[in-house]
Design a protein around this ligand. Sequence first.
Ligand SMILES: [Zn+2]
Length: 307
Amino acid sequence: MTTMPPPELAELAPGVFAYVQPDGSWMINNTGAVAGDTGHLLVDTTSTESRNRALFAAVAEVCPGQPRGLVNTHHHGDHTYGNWLVPEQTPVIGHVTCREDVLAAGLVAAQVLTGPDYGRIEIRPPDLTFTEAMTLHLGERRVELVHVGPAHTRSDVIVWLPEERVLFSGDLAFAGGQPFLVEGSVAGYRPALDRIRALEPEVLVPGHGPVCRGEEIPALLDDLAEYAAFVDAVAREHHAAGHTPLEAATAEKDNRFASWQESERLVGNLHRAYNELDGNPLGTRIPLDSVWPDMIAFHGGPIGCYA
Ligand SMILES: [Zn+2]
């Protein structure tokens, strides 16, 4: 069993915290906590029951009391499987499609990414939903939620603190891993990155991987955009040639992004690109378990998960 270094709670600005879990691979994500005069806001939960309990204990040290709210950046289980552990009277806030997709996905992530002891999980979807944007006021502190999907998923929401210039990107940004667009959109991904860039954040908390600061941020966004352009180009060429996504990924296996973590995401991303080239509306649902066998085949065996 692979043992990861312990999670770290980093204060990014006064009262603004990132909970960073190494090594950022499958189901090992980052979350946030934002203190305010009138209570604190949580940004996402994590995957397993024990990781969630450790998260809530760490946050309680710096933000005592019950949370005023919990924002889900998107529907994936590593960000939402702890929703049920916040008090019932604390609203879980997310995009309207986040609610739909938490309910539709159920425990599928835990079923395809076997390995971890997930403990007890109860599915709790967002109960306070919005379509475009929402501003939360924690006393004097302002927190802006903006829907930018479909990109990583249909339900992508960024959490932006304009005064502190801190941005929680959710899984729109993986630092060190390949983007994962199966349940989102290849065409929508670069516009979503552009919206992050336009805000000019000084600190960016990715959904997985280390926190980025200053010039690291545009550099990361450039890398992610170049990856999406690569997926798009591969898809166009091989779709026209009549190759399957798995054949396309295998033919392009040696590429300059192959050293990024979770390189098996390439074939999943090609499934999404093909779906769009076939003329389907952006964000059309592709069930994760329909693509997973190709990802295992491309990976060359079971995909490890160390959460
Ligand atoms: Zn995700």
